[in-house]
Structures are given as C-alpha cells and as structure tokens.
Write a protein that binds this ligand. Structure first.
Ligand code: DAH
Length: 347
C-alpha cells in the first residue's frame, strides 16, 4: 500500500508539472483527489489493514494528499501568472508609435507682452487692478483736470452714450487713477491695463479700440526719480539692458510736471537713417515715443481726498500695441487685430 501511495504521488506530481492550463489542473484534481479519485480508492482499502498499520498508512496518505494539494495550488498560481504575463505582453502599448497630433494654440502676442509687463510690475510691488470700459465723463475727463471744451472731449474723438455727454467709452486708462485714489489711502501702487476707445479710422498705427496700461504710485516723498527708476527698469527688462531712454518735457492736464519717454530707435540706433535712407521704424527721428507720465497734479490728489502737502505721486500711461509692435517688430497695427493664425503663429 505504501508503494501504491508513493506511485500515486510520483505520477501526480509529474502530471501536475506537465499540466499547463486551468482545465487540465481541474481534471487532475478530480482524477487524483475526487470522490472516485485514485487516492480515495487507496484509502478505501485502509479497512483491510491491521490496527497497527492503519495509523501509519493514514499518516502517509495524508502527507501524500497534502503534497498533491500544495502542488495543485502552486501550479494554479504559476499558470495564472503566466497567463497574465502573456496577456500583458500581447496588449503592450508601443510608446514609439507616433501619436495623433492636435494643433496647440498659444497666447496672442499682445497678451504675451501684457503678461511680461504685469510680471515686471508685480515684481516691483504693484497691484494689478481692473476697471470699467464704460466710464463717466467726470472720471475720464473732469476729475483729471481736463476742462470742458478740451479737444479730447470732442464728439468727433470720443464715443458718447447719451446727449449730455456724461457717459462714454473710456478714451484712456487714466480714470483708473481716480477710481483707485478715491477708494484707497496711500501708499498706493497699482497697474491698470485695459481697453480704451477713440473715434479713429483704422490704419497702420491707429485703431478705434486699443490697449493702455496705467501706472500710479502715491506715497510720502515720491519723486520724479522714482518714476524714472520704475520706467527704465521696465523698458530694460522688455527691450534689453542696453535700451536707451530719454525723458522730454510735455503737458498733460493731470500731471505736473509732465513728460514723455522715448526709446532710442533699435533699428537705426538713434541716427535716423539706415544706408543713407530715412529709417522706416522711427521715420528719421532716431527716437520712438513710448509713453506719457508725470507727477500727479495736486488738484487731482485733492479731488480724491488725498492731501498734496503730505503725499505726492507719479503716474504713467503707455500704449500696449505700440510696445508690442516695437518689441516684436510688427509694422502694422491691424495685423494684431486681424487674428490671422498665419501671422499669430510667428510669435
Ligand atoms: N492718458 C494719457 C493718454 O492717453 C497718457 C498718460 C499721460 C497717462 C501722462 C498718465 C500720465 O498717467 O501721467 O495720452
């Protein structure tokens, strides 16, 4: 009987090793351990054994059964793992196959420059603020010291909404100075970019809608030196460290003193000509006008409840399109608004 058990074990282990599918394993399980299986058949003969032999054989039979069961489990796990392996290999993704490509857009060149300017001023401690495009004439003009009858108030220049000319599309971002100052106490340090509107025919340098960026700093002891420092820092970050600026006296009703800032022409380097021809970028000037600026007029401060004896401030207003055109060498303003992707994709 012992030999019989040994034989069953030997055959069983070999057969299990050879089985390579779950169905084959199940078939062997039934054949070996099932009710009508080989092992059961041997155990049924136990009754014929002597009482001394019975426990010994019982022990051996149990050991054989345990070994066969263990082998069954091992093979089951191995076959399962192999099947999984094969499945993974068959379904593997070939990452070297070129994928479907989708056209990916990017920021409009205007927004790229705007973002850069915002980043520069945020780095200098400015807060970026937003305001209405539909504005009161009192904010757009009156409280900025622009008196009745001033040419910029003319109906041929400004889009008004009503007969008494009290509501309009803002012609500049400067009304944001008033909106900020009447609501905040110094220190004030803001940047206000946005759309502005003027009755202009569109041509290479004009558009009825364009963008300005207004800056305003009000605190004790603010001087023209602070203004120059902020503007030169910005320009050199945009145009490079060797960009050369000049400040020219000018007049704006809401600043005193006022100035304009020009940048030396990057094309002709200030000479006004290239190969004996008038430079087309600066029209022979050697300089390109970039922005208006100045020290906030005491009347404007007072009108917003800020004491001009205690506080002073500077303001500046620049055209975003002009800055972007210089920066990106774009020579026609209309290209910026046409939104032809063949043009936009160059930036
Ligand atoms: N708002 C002026 C314009 O549209 C530009 C300007 C000039 C803004 C001087 C300012 C400033 O803040 O101080 O022409």
């Amino acid at each position: 009987m012992k030999e019989q058990l040994e034989q069953i074990k030997c055959h069983a282990l070999a057969a299990l090793d050879a089985a390579d599918a779950p169905a084959a394993l199940e078939e062997l399980r039934v054949k070996l351990l099932g009710k009508k299986g080989e092992l059961t058949a041997v155990l049924k003969q136990m009754g014929k054994l002597s009482p001394e032999e019975r426990p010994v054989m019982g022990q051996i039979a149990n050991a054989v059964r345990a070994e066969i069961e263990k082998k069954l489990e091992d093979r089951k796990a191995a076959i399962h793992a192999a099947a999984l392996e094969a499945k993974l290999a068959a379904e593997a993704i070939d990452v070297t196959i070129p994928g479907d490509s989708f056209p990916v857009g990017h920021q409009h060149p205007m927004n790229q420059v705007l973002q850069q300017i915002k980043d520069i001023f945020v780095g200098l401690g400015y807060q970026v603020v937003d305001g209405p495009e539909i504005e009161l004439a009192s904010y757009n003009f009156t409280r900025l010291n622009i008196e009745e009858g001033h040419p910029s108030r003319d109906r041929s220049d400004t889009f008004y909404f009503n007969d008494d000319d009290s509501v309009l599309l803002r012609t500049q971002t400067s009304p944001m100075q008033i909106r900020v100052m009447e609501n905040a106490k110094p220190p004030i340090c803001i940047l206000a970019p946005g759309r502005v509107f003027r009755k202009d025919e569109a041509d290479a340098t004009h558009s009825p809608m364009f963008h300005q960026i207004e800056g305003l700093v009000v605190d004790e002891h603010i001087t023209m030196g602070d203004l120059k420092g902020a503007l030169i820092t910005m320009m050199q970050k945009i145009y490079g460290q060797d960009a050369t600026m000049r400040f020219r006296p000018h007049h704006f009703p809401f600043t005193e003193p006022s100035c304009e800032m020009d940048m030396q022409c990057h094309k002709c380097h200030g000479t006004g000509e290239i190969d004996g021809q008038v430079c087309s970028t600066c029209h022979g000037e050697g300089w390109i006008e970039l922005l208006g600026a100045g020290m906030v007029h005491p009347e404007v401060l007072r009108g917003c409840g800020i004491d001009p004896e205690k506080y002073s401030g500077f303001a500046f207003g620049m055209g975003l399109e002009r800055t972007a055109m210089g920066r990106m060498r774009i020579n026609d303003l209309r290209l910026i608004f046409d939104n032809d992707v063949r043009f936009l994709n160059q930036f």
